[in-house]
Design a protein around this ligand. Structure first.
Ligand SMILES: [Zn+2]
Ligand SMILES: [Zn+2]
Length: 176
């Protein structure tokens, strides 16, 4: 291989870290959604996490998902309509696990790569965690508006890697 071909095959940093986030997500045992998140400081990987039950506690594969039903409002033909939605609440979200397993000092000015756009609670916690940038791939429209507003208020860079192609091993089905 000459240098040019090698360079073309070389992954850029965004792809490199999002690939890792997707590989981390394959550890998840919640069948509804596999989420991975990584903490990056100056191109150095400082932490990885995925969504899962607390250590030593039965997970979704062993005990089944713990389903909570919620009512969400959605705009249909210009009118807000209530919709029932199911959510698995057995798992700690990947972003929250990432915060539990990294140090504040390591997070100051860092970037979080996460396979899925953070929900409101995770976004709120990340906004207070010292990180300065969030890069995600799959969108999560439910909380999009308020999360974007929060990131703007906090001056946190919030980007979607929409051109990204997840690695073949990643589990892409999402139950919503
Ligand atoms: Zn589950
Ligand atoms: Zn979340």
């Amino acid at each position: 291989m000459n240098i040019q071909t090698q360079d073309a095959a070389r992954k850029d940093w965004d792809t490199y870290f999002m690939d890792i986030a997707y590989m981390v997500s394959t550890r998840s045992r919640c069948s509804r959604r596999h989420v991975g998140a990584v903490l990056v400081q100056g191109k150095k990987l400082l932490g990885t996490a995925y969504n899962g039950a607390p250590m030593g506690v039965q997970d979704c594969l062993e005990a089944g998902c713990m389903i909570a039903e919620e009512v969400e409002m959605k705009l249909v033909d210009g009118r807000e309509q209530p919709f029932k939605k199911q959510r698995c609440i057995r798992t700690i979200h990947a972003e929250q696990n990432l915060l539990l397993f990294t140090d504040r000092a390591d997070r100051e000015g860092s970037i979080v790569y996460v396979t899925d756009q953070p929900c409101w609670t995770c976004a709120n916690m990340l906004a207070n965690s010292g990180i300065m940038e969030i890069v995600y791939h799959r969108s999560y429209p439910k909380d999009n508006e308020k999360v974007e507003r929060l990131m703007e208020l906090k001056g946190i860079i919030f980007r979607c890697l929409d051109h990204f192609e997840p690695p073949a091993q990643a589990h892409m089905e999402v139950t919503s």
